[in-house]
Design a protein around this ligand. Structure first.
Ligand SMILES: [Fe+2]
Length: 161
């Protein structure tokens, strides 16, 4: 298989994270009852799907490297899923779910910034456009995860055992 360069490796990572985010939002949606919070998770999932679509398109535009990028993305996705399994055991509740999502979304937002920074030395317009589109969305995902966690925390009984 073709070797990926640094830029393609980072593109693969954000793609894998967008794929993993779809599973994470689905899993956490099942852990919460609040309809408004469920709706925010569904919105995040739709944006993760669109992110996956755009990243795949960017991978397709790379001469003969699409398969290699997708393969690398699968590795990242598997690693992220493994982290989620470790963090969210059978007794996980909605608040646990959002605590995990805070980490995942902060990581995702930062990965996008890294891709953008690396591309400054590459100057690829397509990647620049993609990063400019994705960074504000990922920052919002992080804020949403944090807000939802605090909302759920506000309803917790501090002395429940
Ligand atoms: Fe996200």
């Amino acid at each position: 298989m073709a070797e990926v360069n640094t830029l393609e490796e980072k593109l693969a990572e954000v793609l894998g994270l967008a794929q993993a985010a779809q599973g994470a939002t689905k899993k956490i949606e099942a852990l919460v009852d609040d309809d408004e919070i469920k709706e925010r998770l569904r919105e995040m999932r739709q944006e993760a799907e669109e992110t996956e679509r755009r990243c795949t398109e960017a991978a397709s535009a790379r001469d003969g490297k699409k398969t290699a990028v997708l393969e690398k993305a699968r590795e990242t996705k598997a690693e992220a899923e493994e982290m989620m399994r470790t963090y969210l055991g059978d007794d996980a509740d909605g608040l646990d779910g959002f605590e995990f999502l805070i980490m995942a979304e902060a990581g995702e937002a930062s990965h996008w910034e890294v891709l953008g920074k690396i591309n400054e030395n590459g100057g690829e317009e397509g990647i620049h456009q993609l990063v400019s589109w994705a960074v504000p969305i990922q920052e919002r995902h992080f804020r949403t995860a944090r807000e939802c966690a605090l909302e759920l925390a506000a309803d917790e009984d501090p002395y429940e055992e």
